[in-house]
Design a protein around this ligand. Sequence first.
Ligand SMILES: Cc1cc2nc3c(=O)[nH]c(=O)nc-3n(C[C@H](O)[C@H](O)[C@H](O)COP(=O)(O)OP(=O)(O)OC[C@H]3O[C@@H](n4cnc5c(N)ncnc54)[C@H](O)[C@@H]3O)c2cc1C
Length: 336
Amino acid sequence: MKKVGENKSAKGIWVFGDYRNYFQNRVTLQLIAKGKELAGKLGADLTVLVLGHQVHQYAMEYVAHGADVIMAVDHPALKSYQVETYSRVVADLVRAWGPQILLAGATAFGREFFPRLAKRLRTGLSADCVALDVDAQEGWLIQTTPSFGGELLADVITPQSRPQMATVHPGMFQERIHDAAAVGRIIYPDVKVEADERVQLVRSKPEQGHRGELEDAPVVVVGGWGMGSRENFQRLFDLAEYLGGEVGATRPVVTAGWAGEDRLLGQTGRSVKPRLLITVGTSGALQYTTGIHGAETIIAVNRDPNAPIFKISDLGLVGDGRSILALLLETLKKRL
Ligand SMILES: Cc1cc2nc3c(=O)[nH]c(=O)nc-3n(C[C@H](O)[C@H](O)[C@H](O)COP(=O)(O)OP(=O)(O)OC[C@H]3O[C@@H](n4cnc5c(N)ncnc54)[C@H](O)[C@@H]3O)c2cc1C
């Protein structure tokens, strides 16, 4: 493969530019910010990989948010995401340019695309990381991910295979301020793009649900397994309505069918950043708190005074969640 604009520093850190999430969780921008910080420690550049058709506007946005280099592959066959086509193109680019580190958001897209890419490149992948750092001496990416049911945080390294790959949960890092005057370089590499003839996109339709509403809600009320029943969980909607907020749920609640998957918060769900979050009957497992740590103020209700949720809450109420909820609703009813 011919390299247009040979650039040794494109060997540094690459972030996959998933611009389809631009208006949602902004995880690409968050990764650019973190990747830039880590690239600084390694004395390398931060490159954003942009695949698609007519992608110039996204390239410019990524530069304004801190990308040093844009590796852009612009081709009609890349207009919509096809896992086979995308992974072939990215694997070819990685082999040709040799980045040390490859990062993507742990979105539905990243969770499908990166494992397949890692297999193709015969390297490791840490999924759903909550923190990243580098050992500049060794050139290692330190990939922090919850393990053992959220009891422990494990620091994972990939000492031998390259690139070192990780997906990162949205909301873990702060994006940089948009700087319209920022300057970056765009490389258009000469890479073969072949559409996967076996797959044809007939139409696409945005998912219905609460996406966006939960992320933007000023108040989020979350119910956990301690709510005890679907009926009790339903009362959280009354509270959310009084407070002008939305309702979130933990994994056991979603598994039991008391709430839809689109309300799941945490490592495998969504991340929220409300001004106020009230969490009732949740133990505070790391996989859940990963999704709420952007909240400004957290009020937790749990009958167990030793529940881990109290360690991250600003105000803790020890008692029966259902009674406290009933009291709260009664008070609000009188006041509003
Ligand atoms: C790979 C992996 C990914 C995961 N991803 C997620 C994720 O994205 N989101 C997520 O939520 N979980 C996730 N989990 C599961 C997570 O580890 C926890 O099991 C889950 O968050 C616990 O939910 P919970 O707090 O509602 O239930 P529990 O842990 O059962 O806690 C219930 C709490 O309610 C309290 N309680 C009971 N009765 C009452 C009462 N009457 N009044 C007040 N308090 C009461 C109890 O003291 C307890 O603290 C994941 C797990 C794994 C292994």
